[in-house]
Design a protein around this ligand. Structure first.
Ligand code: 13P
Length: 249
């Protein structure tokens, strides 16, 4: 049986008080189901509040949206993986397209961040995906494979097995356009083959980009999708509680 993973990326929304209120509403609307997990990526300042609000529900996981690769030191303005773990994070997004395209994060940065997350026992959720120009030029798979090998190429099988990959085509993020379930599925198949070929045991591959309560069922009907990574449609706890009950595992 697939265990679906529904991940909410709150981006730069919801402070600590709002996170507590959100989780209270969400928990009242969503009872644990054994066939799925729900992960939340609040902004750094809200990680501890969210983790506290979810602490007695081990099907609810809180993570951090980014980590710096050094464990500690004079690095003003960033959060290390051990510090995020101390605040209650159990996972970390790495290489989100907004980090790559707005903040100039490189493939090599993603490699260091994956390694730092693993050292701190956070599950790295590596985000990969092509821009519209890359897609139009027919480079989707080349870009995705380059991002995978740069970030994960040096990991051994056990480490590879702990990584989650999210395929998020850049042109589908926050635009209302999403990949067709078949297009997403075809890329997921290649990502999964790459991971299993390097020793990953039962890797999980999520899809992200304009997922909402209307299109989630059709996407999750594709067996290649192990779950979704959702931005805008995760910000309202009632709508998110509805979305996470989509799809059969
Ligand atoms: P949207 O769901 O708002 O398109 O964002 C997707 C995303 O970037 C999740 O990480």
């Amino acid at each position: 049986m697939r265990r679906l993973l529904f991940a909410a990326n709150w981006k730069m929304h919801l402070g600590p008080d709002e996170a507590r209120v959100y989780l209270k509403t969400f928990r009242a609307r969503y009872n644990r189901r054994d066939d799925r997990e729900v992960w939340f990526f609040p902004p750094g300042v809200s990680v501890e509040a969210a983790a506290q609000a979810a602490r007695d529900r081990n099907d609810l996981v809180v993570g951090v949206q980014d980590v710096y690769w050094e464990p500690k030191g004079a690095f003003t303005g960033v959060i290390s993986a051990p510090l995020a773990a101390q605040a209650g994070a159990r996972a970390a997004l790495v290489g989100h397209s907004e980090r790559r395209h707005i903040f100039g994060e490189t493939d090599d940065d993603t490699r260091r961040k994956v390694s730092a997350a693993l050292h701190a026992t956070l599950v790295p959720v590596l985000c990969v995906g092509e821009t519209l120009a890359e897609r139009d030029a027919g480079h989707t798979l080349a870009v995705v494979m380059r991002q995978l090998s740069a970030a994960l190429g040096s990991l051994d099988g056990p480490a590879m097995s702990r990584v989650v990959v999210a395929y998020e085509p850049v042109w589908a993020i926050g635009t209302g356009r999403n990949a067709t379930p078949q297009d997403a599925s075809a890329v997921h198949r290649e990502i999964r083959a790459w991971l299993t070929g390097r020793g990953a045991d039962a890797p999980r591959v999520l899809y992200g980009g304009s997922v909402n309560v209307k299109n989630a069922a059709a996407l999750l009907a594709e067996r290649e999708l192990d779950g979704v990574l959702v931005g805008g449609a995760s910000l309202d706890p009632e709508g998110w509680a509805q979305l996470v009950q989509t799809g059969a595992a």
